[in-house]
Design a protein around this ligand. Structure first.
Ligand SMILES: [Cu+2]
Length: 116
């Protein structure tokens, strides 16, 4: 009985909210940043090794896929020359946690060119 309860507890710990999958810990520039021009790169850092599967740049007028490195499992990914547009840019990302769970989120970056 004790062994059964132990197994049950282990199962609950595996499937319950305690088995949190990875989260995006930080990005550079940080989500919510207001920039004067498109950054040379955007980096994304996860809490544990993660497989980033897609990043789409969604703006008021368009949507396109962005490439990133590395292509395999890592904690930090780099998007080089994302070519953000003036206004609101949403980087919609999808990834696979080490535990196999899909995770997703958005990074919002605003580009506001200085007045001339
Ligand atoms: Cu998970």
């Amino acid at each position: 009985m004790k062994r059964f309860l132990g197994a049950l507890l282990a199962l609950l710990m595996m499937t319950g909210p305690a088995a949190a999958h990875t989260t995006l810990q930080s990005t550079s520039p940080a989500s919510g940043a207001v920039l004067t021009r498109s950054p040379e790169q955007v980096t994304m850092t996860f809490g544990e090794p993660t497989r980033l599967t897609s990043v789409a740049l969604v703006t008021a007028s368009s949507e396109r896929r962005l490439s990133f490195t590395p292509s395999g499992s890592a904690t930090t990914f780099t998007i080089t020359a994302p070519a953000l547009v003036a206004g609101r840019n949403e980087l919609r990302w999808r990834a696979l946690s080490r535990d196999g769970h899909p995770v997703e989120g958005s990074i919002i970056l605003v580009v506001r060119p200085p007045n001339r």
